[in-house]
Design a protein around this ligand. Structure first.
Ligand code: NAD
Length: 323
């Protein structure tokens, strides 16, 4: 077979990929070091980028791919792929924006409930033979939910949380007031959202503009009873500042599915707090979302191997290729 596809980040999906992708020889690797990927990419047509843990696709890797035509990110995020290097080298980068939205929204709801109902602490105490813990939970009814980033996931979270009869505030500089009103929300600036919300949930992408969006100053604006939930990307929060705010009870709780370093370093002080609910970047890990997303990824990669590109995030490359 002439074409070759390199599947990075996982080495146990070989059978699935072989069943779904017929137009290329498949090579899988779990070794995501720059050195290994630069070697393995040499004679491949495409990279299928899986993100079970965080790792970059660097300029060196991209430039080592003498035949490389495309990189398919299996998920929504592609911030660790060097987009500029890909564009400079006429490599098409695609993502998979749909398929996992509902699962991430549901996981966000689970983290909100986990925090407000002290679920982890209560579970740990019960299995140790204890009974009721001396910590009171929080009712959601009539409270205020603040959503940062009102895209696909943010909207699905709002649809679900409205069932709790909450007031909804939205901060998203790129979504208009009318759109927000349709979902029963109110468009506000970030400062108002942080000051007035009982739950703050983050759903914006990681960009230069959003890195450290929530730092010391922003945490200082939040209510001492507030809960912060992040299922977007770890880099959106200054983790050190968050640790201090939680430790000093300047905010009440945090529910986190994402971290600056993934897997989480065992010396990350957040792991020692009793007012956190932490999950290992697993919001998409439901049978439904994995099946749906992988099937759509399979179709998209198969098309890319045959020169048809969908969900392209650097469309300027397509213009270059037309010339
Ligand atoms: P989306 O593109 O549909 O929505 C993102 C929204 O953020 C957009 O409405 C955009 O206008 C807004 N935004 C951009 N810059 C902003 C800023 N500076 N301040 C506030 N809002 C801003 O994306 P989505 O599908 O809803 O996914 C959101 C993020 O969730 C992804 O970028 C990804 O990082 C993360 N995600 C995490 C998991 C997980 O497993 N935990 C899975 C999927 C996606």
């Amino acid at each position: 077979m002439e074409k070759k596809l390199l599947v990075t980040g996982m080495d146990f999906l070989l059978d699935w990929v072989k069943q779904h992708i017929k137009s290329a020889e498949i090579v899988c690797t779990g070794d995501v070091s720059e050195e290994n990927l630069s070697q393995m990419v040499k004679d491949t047509d495409g990279i299928f980028y899986m993100q079970a843990k965080s790792y970059p696709i660097t300029r060196k890797i991209i430039e080592s791919g003498e035949k490389l035509r495309f990189i398919q990110s299996a998920g929504v995020g592609y911030e660790r792929i060097d987009l500029k290097a890909a564009t400079d080298n006429s490599v098409v980068v695609m993502n998979m924006p749909v398929g996992t939205t509902i699962s991430v929204a549901e996981h966000t709801v689970a983290l909100i409930l986990g925090c407000t109902k002290n679920l982890v602490k209560a579970h740990e105490n019960t299995v140790k033979g204890g009974w009721r813990i001396m910590a009171l939970g929080v009712e959601l009814w009539n409270k205020t939910l603040g959503i940062i980033g009102f895209g696909r996931i943010g909207k699905e979270v709002v649809k679900r949380m409205k069932g709790f009869e909450m007031k909804i505030l939205i901060y998203d500089p790129y979504v208009g007031e009318e759109e927000i009103k349709k979902f029963g929300g109110k468009k506000v600036d970030l400062k108002t959202l942080l000051k007035d919300s009982d739950i703050v949930s983050i759903h914006s992408p990681l960009t230069k503009e959003t890195e450290n969006l929530i730092g010391e100053k922003e945490l200082g604006l939040m209510k001492p009873t507030a809960i912060l939930v992040n299922t977007a990307r770890g880099e959106l929060i200054d983790e050190e500042a968050l640790y201090k705010a939680l430790k000093e009870r300047r905010i009440n709780y945090a529910g986190l599915d994402v971290f600056r370093q993934e897997p989480v370093n065992t010396d990350n002080p957040l792991l020692n707090l009793d007012n956190v609910v932490l999950t290992p970047h697993m919001a998409v890990q439901t049978l439904d979302a994995v099946m749906r997303s992988m099937n759509q990824n399979g179709i998209q990669v198969e098309k890319a191997l045959n020169g048809i590109y969908e969900n392209v995030v650097n469309p300027e490359v397509l213009e270059k290729l037309k010339k």
